[in-house]
Design a binder for this molecule. Structure first.
Ligand code: NAP
Length: 289
């Protein structure tokens, strides 16, 4: 039996893929309604993370941020109160490496095995089982859940000891967040100088200077439609975690620190739950006027 906790944009789709590929699933989510379609298709409901841990041999978590992971794990009804020795916890949430290493220590001290296994790919890749898992921990533990990861993704990339999966994920999202902000500022400049906005966007995306990942956001930006695939609040969290990791490892991060505050201002302006590509609206020279 596999456990899955955290049925948001990503987790709900990942769990659905496990279920559709024949794995037995027990699920829990703060908001139970989000589990309904999985329950209709045969997943079991657990009233608490502890109950998931009691029923499952392997538990995947896909939660908003480190403090929510901590709550789900350490609460009275948390994972650690249900796990017995030898079970495996796979945390797919995007967190920082120091946090993943702390979770590994806490788990190991209770006889529980732990993998940090954040993913690249957003809502649509999660739906199509095209995620890439970036894994930190013991290779033999990863091999034990290979079939499950293959049910949810297209690749599994082993990064090294615990914390290294989280490290690689932050490196990638650092690039993503900055690329979107830089792109948005360039479009704003084009607009401000009187160029046609659509032409600027198409020209940038057709050329070599725009990051390939931005192409997938073209329609959202052109249509000014930012229903969330990757909520801005989570990308701001990732930039914060990247700068925290920079501080902890003695790496100056001047550009990331500025970018993270741009996202913080966008969040404060009400764009928190919108897709992170809404940073283009925030930085648009039109909305600035
Ligand atoms: P989401 O839709 O906001 O889901 C967040 C999950 O955390 C939900 O299950 C939510 O429960 C739970 N949660 C939030 N606050 C909670 C609380 N106080 N107590 C208990 N549970 C709580 O986010 P998502 O997009 O699926 O992202 C999940 C993780 O994956 C994040 O770490 C994100 O950075 C990462 N990620 C996201 C993407 C993406 O493109 N979306 C891609 C790769 C990685 P409720 O349903 O009750 O709110």
């Amino acid at each position: 039996m596999i456990g899955f906790i955290g049925l948001g944009i990503m987790g709900s789709r990942m769990a659905e893929n496990l279920l559709s590929k024949g794995f037995d699933l027990v699920v829990h989510n703060r908001t139970k309604e989000k589990a309904q379609s999985l329950l209709d298709k045969g997943a079991q409901w657990a009233d608490s993370p502890a109950e998931v841990a009691r029923k499952a041999d392997v538990v995947f978590t896909m939660l908003a941020n480190p403090s929510i992971v901590e709550k789900i794990v350490f609460d009275k009804d948390g994972l650690f109160n249900g796990f017995s020795e030898g079970k495996l916890w796979v945390d797919c949430s995007t967190v920082d490496p120091a946090f993943s290493r702390k979770m590994a220590q806490e788990a190991n001290s209770r006889g529980i095995r732990f993998l940090d296994a954040p993913v690249t790919g957003s809502k649509i890749p999660a739906e199509k089982a095209e995620l890439v898992f970036l894994v930190g921990g013991k290779e033999e533990d990863m091999n034990e859940v290979r079939d499950m990861m293959n049910a949810m993704g297209k690749d599994i990339s082993f990064q090294g000891e615990n914390g290294m999966g989280a490290s690689m994920k932050l490196v990638i999202n650092l690039m993503l967040g900055q690329a979107m902000a830089v792109f948005s500022e360039a479009v704003a400049l084009g607009e401000g100088m009187g160029l046609d906005r659509e032409k600027v966007i198409n020209t940038l995306l057709a050329g070599p200077t725009a990051a390939p990942a931005l192409k997938g956001k073209k329609d959202k930006i052109l249509q000014d439609e930012f229903s969330p695939e990757f909520p801005l609040v989570h990308l701001q969290k990732d930039l914060y975690l990247a700068t925290k990791a920079g501080f902890e490892n003695g790496v100056p991060m001047p550009i990331a620190n500025v970018t993270k505050e741009i996202y913080a201002l966008a969040k404060q302006s009400g764009l928190s739950e919108q897709d992170f590509s809404a940073i283009s609206r925030f930085l648009s020279s039109k909305s600035a006027k």
